[in-house]
Every structure is written in structure tokens, then in C-alpha cells.
Design a protein around this ligand. Structure first.
Ligand code: SF4
Length: 242
């Protein structure tokens, strides 16, 4: 099923070349939007400077993800078709990536036709996460970005998607509103601007730094420039101690 859909998606992309804003060689990794939302500097260190420092959290996350999609596969359960590891892309956002799971629910009234399949289907992306729901919107924006790619590839509208969290062992429904779509567009536009300039933002310490897999590389403590006043006071204190 995937190859048929991908072929049709490529046709759509070719037909709408005039609307395309990014060349394929300029595509960014879709999943980078999580890093960018967490910390713009972290995203730049990973995606521009190619630095990656694995900690327990990232290793466990990678293993969990590998289980969710280990290569592309598809299966059918009653009226639902499940695609695992489906590659997606968006010429207008200038990104590509892989969806953990895309579910096609048969709905002959509201759905879209799929080549070689009887009936019509609604499309829902499902993103797997090892941990639990986060305070920031990193996971939500990644899911929305996947949905926007699928909409562009399959010429459909997607009203919702799901985030499955391993720690709570259930999925959470996410409504894909205009506001979230706008946030995704703006994030990728900013990421493209950073990438074109090869720009890595300076350290901005937040509580997120404690859980950051790159904190040893980023050196937030050392790179925090003290003011002249702080520097002089510190030196006077050090001299008194001597
Ligand atoms: S340590 Fe903090 S500032 Fe540095 S990349 Fe991580 S989150 Fe960003």
C-alpha cells in the first residue's frame, strides 16, 4: 500500500511544483522540531553542528522507537489499516521524516480513497514516546508536523492524531487546530533560517538544561558570561580567601 501511496504523493508533489518552497536537498529532519521546541540551541548543536551526546534517556527512547517501527510494514485489523515506519515529506515545510504509525480508518462518507483499496479512509498519525506527557509542546508539534506532511502527500484533511506514552501505557488524542499548524510552520521557517546561516544560538539557561542530553557539550555553566560587576566581586572574594 505504501509504495502506491508514495507514488501518488510524488505525483501530487510534481503537479504542485509551483507551490513548492524548498528543494529536496534543503529538507530538514521533521523530528528536529522536538529538539527545537525543547531548546533552539540544542537543535542547532545536533542538526547544524552534528553533535550528539547520548544519555540514558535518549538511548531508551531510541530502543522504544525501534520497537514501534523497525522498517516499513502494514497490517489490517477489521476496518483499520496500520502502516508502521511510513516515510513522509512536505515540500512546503521543507522537511521529511518517518511516522511511527499511520492508521487508516474506513469511513466511506468522510474519508479519502486509497489506490487499490475498497472504500474511503480517514487518516490518523500516531507517535510513540517512551516516557510520559511533557510540559512543553515538543511532542504535539512533531505529531502536527507529521499530519501536515500526510495532508500534503495524500491531499486530505486530518482532524486529529494520537501520542502514545509508554510510561502511562495509553494514547492521548490531539486535535490538530489552526494555531498548532501555524506554530509548526513558524518553527520550520525559523529552523531553515538558522540552517541557512549555520547559526547556533547562545546558551540560555533554563530548567530544561538539567535534563538535556547535550549539557556536557553545551557547557551552560562555563558559557554563562558574568557581568563585569559580578566578575570583580568574585575576584575580590577569591583574593580575600587566599
Ligand atoms: S544545556 Fe541548556 S542551553 Fe544547552 S543545549 Fe541543553 S537545554 Fe539548551
Amino acid at each position: 500500500m505504501y509504495s502506491e501511496k508514495l507514488a501518488s504523493a510524488e505525483n501530487i508533489a510534481l503537479c504542485s511544483l509551483t507551490q513548492n518552497r524548498y528543494r529536496e536537498e534543503d529538507y530538514l529532519m521533521l523530528s528536529g522540531i522536538q529538539h527545537f521546541t525543547f531548546c533552539r540551541r540544542q537543535w542547532a548543536l545536533i542538526h547544524i553542528e552534528q553533535q550528539w551526546n547520548e544519555n540514558l534517556r535518549t538511548v531508551e527512547g531510541a530502543i522504544f522507537h525501534k520497537k514501534a517501527h523497525d522498517g516499513y510494514s502494514a497490517e489490517k485489523r477489521k476496518d483499520v489499516m496500520i502502516s508502521r515506519g511510513m516515510p513522509v515529506f512536505s515540500p512546503s515545510l521543507g522537511v521529511n521524516g518517518i511516522c511511527d504509525i499511520v492508521e487508516f480508518h474506513r469511513d466511506d462518507r468522510r474519508g479519502i480513497p486509497l489506490h487499490g483499496r475498497e472504500g474511503r479512509y480517514l487518516v490518523y498519525p500516531v507517535e510513540y514516546k517512551k516516557g510520559q506527557p511533557k510540559e512543553d509542546e515538543a511532542d504535539i508539534l512533531q505529531l502536527v508536523a507529521q499530519a501536515m506532511c500526510l495532508e500534503e502527500m495524500l491531499e486530505c484533511e486530518i482532524s486529529k492524531g494520537y501520542l502514545y506514552y509508554g510510561e502511562i501505557r495509553r494514547r492521548i488524542e490531539i486535535q490538530l487546530g489552526k494555531g498548532l499548524r501555524q506554530q509548526v510552520r513558524e518553527a520550520f521557517e525559523e529552523m531553515h533560517r538558522y540552517y541557512e546561516r549555520r547559526y547556533t544560538p547562545k546558551v540560555k539557561r533554563t530548567k530544561a538544561c538539567n535534563a538535556c542530553s547535550l549539557k556536557d557539550l553545551c557547557l551552560p555553566r562555563l558559557m554563562k558570561n558574568p557581568s563585569a560587576k559580578e566578575y570583580i566581586s568574585k575576584r575580590i572574594e577569591e583574593e580575600k580567601e587566599d
